[in-house]
Design a binder for this molecule. Structure first.
Ligand code: NAP
Length: 267
């Protein structure tokens, strides 16, 4: 499994992690993923999967890079501290490695929320601060609201059927050393199946898959992970899919395959 550096932290995380939105698999499936290198597990207070993640990491906590998220209705100072405590309890751990603001709030000033985030870091309850679904401008505001620590990641939708973050957000995050955590990297499963809406991309993926001796899911994940500051967190309920997704790492598409996909997935 290829590792990448999280922000400017020096911490290494695997480029394929384990998403858990609508995860209905067993804790063993996540444990298996950790064993084979996908040690970055992503959850959120809103998913209802912190308990199953807690079960999965029990006894192997030190091997896992654990990420969860707070919802905007908990972005007031005291509410965020309480939300973190509740997540820690459900996860059965004393520290969250990456605590993310799930999406921007229109109601609570980012300064207030980040003050609580900084207290959580200072107390050792969280190790790193992340955001999710933040635009360039919102990311700048989040950075400016912090006085002692940095925003290390922005979790956003990114896959071959939606490359819109490539124009502004990715270049900005590259300059600022903010890791992009790509969510829905398989376009909610569409990219794992041969007949997606985009017929041109579908046929290119099919031909690249054959040439490279990989699956469409692997080719799709490998392509987005070709950027140094991107890691992906596909969700898979079955151990077979987890293994297949993990095997999207540790090799490179040929230049020709890369360009064919680039061309077919533009626009
Ligand atoms: P996704 O990972 O793009 O796709 C998940 C779907 O792909 C599932 O139906 C899964 O099937 C299927 N799949 C996975 N690996 C496969 C394989 N090798 N072959 C065939 N099918 C495969 O979509 P997602 O769940 O929306 O996104 C992933 C994670 O991103 C979430 O779980 C969550 O952690 C995060 N997320 C974050 C936000 C946010 O706002 N921050 C929003 C959405 C998602 P099975 O489950 O049957 O294996």
């Amino acid at each position: 499994m290829q590792l990448k550096t999280l922000g400017r932290t020096g911490v290494k995380v695997p480029e394929i992690g384990l998403g858990t939105w609508e995860f209905t698999g067993k804790p063993e499936t996540l444990r298996r993923g950790v064993e084979i290198g996908a040690s970055f597990i992503d959850t959120a207070e809103i998913y209802g999967t912190e308990d199953v993640v807690g079960k999965a990491i029990s006894g192997i906590r030190q091997k896992v890079f654990l990420a969860t998220k707070a919802s905007p209705n908990h972005f007031k100072y005291d509410d965020l501290l309480m939300a973190a405590e509740n997540s820690l309890r459900r996860l059965g751990t004393s520290t969250i490695d990456l605590y993310q603001l799930h999406w921007p709030s229109n109601d609570v000033p980012i300064r207030e929320t980040m003050r609580a985030m900084e207290k959580l870091v200072k107390e050792g309850k969280i190790a790193h601060i992340g955001i999710s679904n933040f635009s360039v401008q919102q990311t700048k505001e989040a950075q400016e609201a912090l006085s002692r620590y940095e925003v290390v990641s922005n979790q956003v939708e990114y896959h071959l059927l939606d490359r819109s973050i490539e124009s502004e957000l990715i270049p900005f995050c590259e300059r600022e050393s903010i890791t992009i955590v790509a969510y829905s990297p398989l376009a909610r499963g569409s990219l794992a199946h041969p007949s997606i809406r985009n017929k041109r991309l579908s046929s290119v993926l099919e031909s690249v898959r054959r040439t490279e001796g990989k699956t469409t899911a692997q080719v799709s994940l490998n392509w987005i992970n070709s950027r140094e500051n991107v890691v992906a967190i596909p969700k898979a309920n079955s151990p077979e899919h987890v293994r297949e997704d993990c095997e999207a790492s540790g090799w490179h598409l040929s230049q020709k395959s890369f360009e064919l996909i680039d061309e077919a997935s533009k626009g």
